[in-house]
Design a protein around this ligand. Structure first.
Ligand code: FES
Length: 521
């Protein structure tokens, strides 16, 4: 793909992490089984939970809705950091020094632990020690950086000021964290999956969990109707599909991010960089067999709520052009992650009174170390009954300053989409060109139409199968995205991201709709 191709976005996105590793081929669950621990979701958090727990002589099964490590883990920037934006001073002010220290320690420990696992199993995963940098382009954030360096240092992190970065960007202030790292997440985790699979952990692909019943034992039902009975269940499925009785749908929202992998004339100077402002921008390099690539990342927005989605990639190209001589853009992809009300993931008991159901979600786009943290906390809660880091991540934590306000804002936004999606005016011109997706109305029903490059029309009912919000077309990924809780569907209606567990229906006959378009417009 070259730069001009990308500007017109006439090719589908492809993640470098997926393109540079072999696809997996685990079987789906074809019979009812009973295990000590069942893990729903085989992303980084699920595989690391299984890795730590399989050493405890427990029978285990890991279920994934699609391919293992195929979701957020394969679309990350793969930075192993305790630097998660400007978080520590805010955390100290919101939750106090002790809980801020828990967060810092848990993530610093995770950095070391990932390296130890790599070394122990001699995993070739392009691991590279790096420093992580945040830079501020405005005065307000420069002051925040000053506070952040002070607080991070108090918490035991090796943090220092910088006043310039090796790019043509004028900064007001910056900070550096030492002893951070980057790697290839799929190379690392595919090997770990292989190791635990060889040691008895049962891993199933294409086995979407659609129901969970709590009782003396917990029963998971897959979409094929197979049952997994377990003593403990870990929900590590990104956005939890199970909502009884934790009300996670009211306290998680999802955000999308866009990534370019560019080849540049200049040699990348090393380091992982992120700005303190909006729109977000971050940079890191990766060495591939075809030479060095630079990841150019940013353009966050809530799922289903971007404007011209393709424009997000174009903005990143413009940013890259200002810094580098861009020679090629071989990969581009996007991702989404779950965000919490106070910026800290929910890791621990699903609810205070569900000691046998545990959850790990809301990683805030810092999923590499937070997945390792999740595995540690969940392992310790199950095996030892407590964890040294459980309080700061406790999903049932209360009294967090600012959280209530955010809660209301986020939910007003969601409610607006539940209601207004049904009555928004629809476009009058319903011609659907190749590569284009549109929503139109016929007989009081909203129909989503996408026409592929060969002229074939795909139709879906654009009401989300999760809780009935109206979906928006994502022109960059050619998907139907839900603005409420982040479910995403392919143009033909299959699920890309939950919490939805049912595909979109395509009730309208294509020939009829072609005729409607022809006759009525
Ligand atoms: Fe909840 Fe669509 S994801 S309504």
């Amino acid at each position: 793909m070259n730069k001009e191709d990308l500007k017109s976005l006439n090719q589908l996105p492809q993640s470098y992490w997926l393109a540079s590793t072999d696809p997996t081929d685990y079987s789906s669950l074809s019979e009812d089984i009973s295990v000590d621990i069942a893990i729903i979701g085989a992303g980084m958090a699920g595989i690391l939970c299984a890795y730590l727990l399989h050493k405890e002589n427990l029978s285990m099964a890991v279920l994934d809705a699609g391919k293992i490590l195929g979701g957020t883990t394969s679309h990350t920037t793969a930075k192993i950091t305790s630097q998660h934006g400007l978080i520590y001073d805010k955390l100290k002010k919101q939750m106090g020094f002790d809980l801020a220290k828990q967060y810092a320690d848990a993530n610093e420990n995770a950095i070391k632990q990932i390296k130890d696992i790599i070394d122990q199993h001699h995993i070739d995963c392009d691991y590279s020690p790096q420093s992580a940098y945040i830079y501020a382009e405005d005065e307000n954030n420069a002051e925040k950086i000053e506070d952040e360096v002070k607080t991070a240092s108090e918490l035991g992190i090796k943090a220092s000021f910088i006043d310039e970065i090796p790019f043509p960007i004028s900064i007001k202030a910056g900070m550096k964290f030492d002893n951070q790292a980057q790697f290839h997440p799929r190379k690392f985790l595919l090997r770990l999956a292989e190791i635990i699979g060889n040691e008895g952990v049962r891993i199933y692909e294409n086995s979407r969990a659609v129901d969970l019943e709590d009782g003396e034992k917990i029963t998971i039902t897959t979409e094929q109707g197979k049952k997994v009975t377990a003593n403990k269940v870990i929900i590590a499925s990104h956005y939890p599909f199970y909502n009884k009785p934790g009300m996670y749908f009211s306290r998680i929202y999802t955000e999308r991010t866009y990534i370019l992998a560019i080849a540049a004339k200049e040699k990348y100077p090393g380091g992982m960089y992120i700005n303190a402002e909006n729109p977000s921008r971050s940079l890191r390099e990766l060495d591939t067999k075809d030479g060095q690539l630079i990841l150019v990342v940013g353009e966050n927005h809530k799922t289903g709520q971007g404007r011209d989605m393709a424009n997000h990639y174009r903005n990143l190209i413009d940013f890259a052009d200002r810094i580098f001589t861009v020679e090629d853009i071989p990969y581009r992809w996007s991702t989404q992650d779950c965000m919490t009300l106070d910026g800290i993931p929910y890791i621990g008991y699903y609810k205070q009174d569900t000691p046998d159901i545990l959850i790990a979600t809301g990683f805030q786009k810092w999923g590499m170390t937070n997945s390792m943290v999740a595995a540690n906390i969940i392992r310790d809660l199950i095996i030892d009954g407590s964890s040294q880091w459980q309080d700061v991540y406790n999903p049932s934590r209360k009294n967090i300053i600012g959280a209530a306000k955010t809660f209301i804002v986020e939910n007003v936004d969601v409610a607006k989409h539940l209601i207004s999606g049904k009555i928004s005016p629809l476009p009058e011109n319903v011609e659907v060109s190749p590569g284009e997706g549109k929503v139109f109305e016929h007989d009081g029903e909203r129909i989503g139409a996408y026409r592929d490059e060969q002229g074939k029309l795909f139709l879906v009912n654009t009401t989300c199968t999760h809780m009935g919000c109206e979906l928006n077309w994502n022109s960059a990924e050619r998907s139907w995205d839900c603005p409420c809780h982040g479910s995403r569907f392919t143009f033909s209606g299959n699920i890309i991201d939950g919490p939805a567990v049912s595909p979109l229906t395509a009730e309208n006959d294509v020939n009829t709709v072609e005729k409607i378009i022809k006759d009525e417009f």
